[in-house]
Design a protein around this ligand. Structure first.
Ligand SMILES: *Cc1c(COP(=O)(O)O)cnc(C)c1O
Length: 340
C-alpha cells in the first residue's frame, strides 16, 4: 500500500528509534527529564520564543493555547475552515467556553480588514475578543502557505487592540520551506505557536507549544489539568528532537513530489487538481469520473493507494517521508488504472 492519507502516517526512522532507546530520562512533572528539557529548549530557539512545552498532540497544543489566552465567554477569531474550528470536536467551546467568530479566508488567509471588523468594541452586550488564530500551512486550503505579509498585517491589528495571536502551525515548517524562510520569520507575528512533530517531521508522537516564559508556565498547568503531565516522556521527546533538528531540511522533497503528483493526476481524464500546490497536499476533484469521493477512495485502495475524502467530490493526497518518488510513480499508475 502506498499511503497518501496524511503525513501523520510516517513511522519513526532508525535514528529516532535509537534516540528513544538511548534517551536519558527522568520525571518530567518534576521537570527532571533531560530529553524533554532539551527538546523544549531547542524548539523555543528554533521558533524564536522564550519557552516551549511538549504536548501530546496538535489538538492538545491548540486547545491549551486557547485555555491559557482566554476566559469563558470570550470570542476567538479564526478562519472558517481552520483545524481548530473544523476538526477539534468543538473543544474550544466545550473546554475553554469561548465562542468562535469565523472569517472565510482566501487560500487560508483572512482579510486583515475583516479581522479588524470582527474585533469587538467595549459594550456591555458584547463578548470580549480573546484571541486571533492563524493557520499556516492551511490544511483545508490545500496546504496553502499563508504569506508573511498577511500574518504581519493581522498581527499589527491584533497588537493595536491588545489581542494575542496564536498560530496553528501543525505544518509551519512546510510553510517555512515553501516560503524559503526560517520559521522564526513567521513566528515573529504571533504570541504563541503550535507545531506538530509527528506530521511531515516524522516523529512518532507529540507537538510543541511555544510562547513567552510566563505563558508557558500557565500552559503547563493547563496541560496537567488535561492529563498531559507525563513522566519519563523523554522516550518520546528524543525522537521528537531528531525530527525537529534533522527533518525540516528535507520537507522540500515532499513538496516536489506533491507538485509532480498534481501535474500527473491532472492529465488523467476526469481528475482535476483544485488546489495550488504550495506544499505537500494535493486536492483532486473526481466528480467527472462519475464517482463520489468515497467511491474513488475505495477504488484506488483496491489498486494499492490510500487517500482521504476531503468533501463529497474531493480527495486529499499528502506526500511525506515514507513515500519516495518511485512510490509516487506507482501511485500515479494505480490511480490511472482506477480511473479507467
Ligand atoms: C494535524 C493538525 C492539527 C493537530 O492534529 P493532532 O492530530 O491533534 O496532532 C492541528 N492543526 C492542523 C492544521 C493540522 O493539520
Amino acid at each position: 500500500m502506498i499511503d497518501l492519507r496524511s503525513d501523520t502516517v510516517t513511522k519513526p526512522t532508525e535514528e529516532m528509534r535509537k534516540a528513544a532507546y538511548e534517551a536519558e530520562v527522568g520525571d518530567d512533572v518534576y521537570g527532571e527529564d533531560p530529553a524533554i528539557n532539551k527538546l523544549e529548549e531547542t524548539a523555543a530557539e528554533i521558533l524564536g520564543k522564550e519557552a516551549a512545552l511538549f504536548v501530546t498532540s496538535g489538538t492538545q497544543g491548540n486547545q491549551i493555547a486557547i485555555l491559557t489566552h482566554c476566559r469563558p465567554g470570550n470570542e476567538i477569531i479564526l478562519e472558517a475552515e481552520s483545524h481548530i474550528f473544523y476538526y477539534e470536536t468543538g473543544t474550544a467551546s466545550a473546554f475553554a467556553g469561548v465562542q468562535t467568530r469565523t472569517i472565510k479566508g482566501t487560500r487560508g488567509a483572512m482579510d486583515p480588514a475583516e479581522v479588524q471588523y470582527a474585533i469587538r468594541e467595549e459594550d456591555q452586550h458584547y463578548p470580549e475578543s480573546g484571541l486571533i488564530c492563524l493557520e499556516n500551512t492551511h490544511n483545508r486550503a490545500g496546504g496553502a502557505a499563508v504569506p508573511v505579509e498577511n500574518m504581519k498585517e493581522i498581527h499589527k491589528i491584533a497588537k493595536g487592540n491588545n489581542i494575542p495571536v496564536h498560530i496553528d502551525g501543525a505544518r509551519l515548517f512546510n510553510a517555512a520551506a515553501a516560503l524559503n524562510l526560517p520559521a522564526s520569520e513567521l513566528t515573529q507575528y504571533c504570541d504563541t505557536v503550535q507545531v506538530c512533530l509527528s506530521k511531515g517531521l516524522g516523529a512518532p508522537v507529540g507537538s510543541i507549544l511555544a510562547g513567552s516564559r510566563e505563558f508557558i508556565a500557565s500552559a503547563r498547568k493547563w496541560r496537567k489539568r488535561l492529563g498531559g503531565g507525563l513522566r519519563q516522556s523523554g522516550i518520546i521527546a528524543a525522537p521528537g528532537l531528531v525530527a525537529l533538528t534533522q527533518m525540516r531540511e528535507r520537507l522540500a522533497e515532499d513538496h516536489e513530489n506533491a507538485q509532480y503528483l498534481a501535474e500527473q493526476l491532472n492529465q488523467i481524464n476526469g481528475i482535476h487538481i483544485i488546489n495550488q500546490v504550495d506544499t505537500n497536499i494535493v486536492v483532486a476533484d473526481v466528480k467527472d469520473l462519475n464517482m463520489n469521493s468515497s467511491q474513488f477512495v475505495e477504488k484506488i485502495k483496491s489498486e494499492g493507494v490510500l487517500a482521504g475524502t476531503f468533501g463529497s467530490s474531493s480527495v486529499r493526497f499528502v506526500t511525506h517521508y515514507d513515500v519516495s518518488r518511485n512510490d509516487i510513480e506507482k501511485a500515479i499508475a494505480a490511480i490511472q488504472r482506477a480511473a479507467n
